[in-house]
Design a binder for this molecule. Structure first.
Ligand SMILES: Nc1ncnc2c1ncn2[C@@H]1O[C@H](COP(=O)(O)OP(=O)(O)OP(=O)(O)O)[C@@H](O)[C@H]1O
Ligand SMILES: [Mg+2]
Length: 443
């Protein structure tokens, strides 16, 4: 496996400023959620508290009306009884916050109201009111000012109405009701909210301020650690690449040159021996020379393997020729046809990688008698490679079976080609040989 120089991955830590900005943003959102949630809860508490308070008040005021002003005359619309109620209403019950007072008979007649026009009118009592007359106690609700019986209270803003059942001196049940301004009831809760919000916001703000430097230093530390790791990895990769390059250079300057020189020197000796009539010696020298040349090709292929940059210096044609040498050694007839300028091309490494695997496969699986490699590349044109063998071929099932055993040579090629935006095709069928083609677009 070839190591790759690390590039900045999408998941790498962001810059400290970016991380802190995100942290602050997330904290501000969290603070807003807390403040809005707290306001909502406090408001609900205030509403509950206001309801409890209104219920207690109406009970108290009901007792007061029973004790101080209510007579049986009210049931008959007696003016003295109404005047007595007026006294209690004006003296005690009506305040800036209480906008209306009513007394209802059980059958829905207004027995008394501080607005005389309402007295004697009839409206059907709601279920809650009728229930209350049966059970006693008190009830509180937000006024629905669209109801006909609330027509005279419209224009006073939001009101809540509280009612309780009381009795006339003769024991007759009547409903005592008052309408109170909602904002007067809610005022204590809203005061509480107003009092609590600034310290709550200030506390959360201070918490945020304290955390920002901590977040900043943590983000910087993470960033430093990441850079150190990257530097270490890059160093390790550089060291490995340098070592490979050193070995490739050593092979090139040492054994490759020497073996090539010896092979070159043996040829005239063989000619000499042959012309001297010693054909056995001449054949032996030819044989030795052929083996040496083969060895040189193997070593060059190894150089390219060790250090891909060697491909640039060797050239694609020579590198492909070296790849064919193991097949030739096994008696396979090979042809190589490389067209286009001999300059290095950025697409050569992929072409070489595909040729190497296709030829390895031809050598190990095909039992071919001929293998042909054709390559063409020129600037401004797609680069093409075709590796064909006349061997036994294979079916998709053969390949799938080998893949299941972990043999992934062709799959990895397909991945590499796709990564480079190239098109790789493998055509094969049992008994019909195999052709691997690669087309790499202009880079
Ligand atoms: N030129 C070919 N001739 C005949 N069969 C082939 C040829 N190329 C590939 N195959 C078949 O396809 C299979 C898959 O090839 P692939 O290169 O993916 O894996 P492998 O060569 O078996 O193992 P690996 O490449 O991982 O060492 C091979 O095992 C072989 O059965
Ligand atoms: Mg293979």
């Amino acid at each position: 496996m070839r190591l790759r120089r690390p590039t900045r991955a999408p998941g790498a830590p962001p810059s400290p400023a970016g991380a802190v900005a995100r942290f602050v943003l997330a904290s501000v959102v969290a603070i807003l959620v807390i403040v809005v949630g707290a306001a909502f809860v406090l408001r609900q508490i205030a509403v509950d508290e206001a309801e409890r308070d209104a219920r207690a008040r109406i009970l108290l005021e009901g007792r007061l009306v029973e004790a101080a002003g209510l007579t049986d005359g009210i049931l008959r619309g007696d003016l003295t009884a109404i005047a007595a109620m007026d006294d209690v209403a004006a003296g005690t019950l009506l305040t800036d916050d209480v906008v209306r007072i009513k007394l209802w008979s059980a059958d829905g007649r207004v027995l008394y109201a501080d607005d005389p026009k309402l007295i004697g009118q009839r409206f059907p009592l709601g279920d809650d009111e009728r229930e209350l007359l049966r059970t006693g106690g008190a009830d509180v609700e937000l006024s629905d000012l669209s109801r006909p019986e609330s027509a005279s209270e419209r224009g006073e803003g939001d009101l809540i109405e509280s009612y309780t059942a009381i009795r006339t001196p003769s024991g007759e049940q009547v409903l005592f009701e008052n309408y109170r301004r909602l904002n007067s009831v809610m005022a204590p809760g809203e005061d509480l909210l107003r009092a609590l919000t600034p310290p709550l916001l200030a506390g959360l703000g201070i918490l945020l301020l304290v955390q920002v430097p901590l977040a900043w230093s943590m983000a910087q530390r993470l960033r430093r650690q990441q850079e150190e790791r990257e530097a270490l990895l890059t160093g390790a990769i550089d060291a490995a690449a340098q070592e490979r390059a050193r070995i490739a250079a050593h092979l090139h300057d040492g054994p490759v040159q020497e073996l090539a020189g010896v092979a070159f020197g043996l040829a005239p000796l063989a000619d000499e021996a042959r012309s001297g009539g010693d054909t056995r010696l001449a054949d032996a020298l030819d044989d030795a020379s052929a083996h040496l040349r083969q060895g040189v090709r193997d070593l060059r292929a190894m150089m390219v393997e060790l250090h891909p940059a060697a491909l640039r210096s060797a050239g694609l044609a020579a590198a492909l020729a070296d790849l064919l040498s193991p097949l030739e050694r096994e008696g396979v007839r090979t042809t190589l046809d490389v067209t286009g300028p001999d300059d290095p091309d950025p697409r050569d490494p992929l072409t070489y990688q595909v040729a190497r695997e296709a030829l390895r496969n031809a050598q190990h699986h095909a039992q071919a008698s001929t293998v042909a490699v054709r390559a063409h590349r020129a600037a401004g044109e797609p680069a093409r490679l075709e590796v064909t063998d006349d061997g036994r071929g294979f079916s998709p099932d053969d390949r799938a079976a080998r893949r299941a055993e972990g043999h992934l040579g062709l799959d990895l090629l397909e991945r590499a080609a796709a990564d480079a935006g190239a098109d790789l095709r493998v055509r094969s069928a049992p008994g019909e040989g195999t052709t691997v083609t690669l087309e790499v677009p202009v880079s």
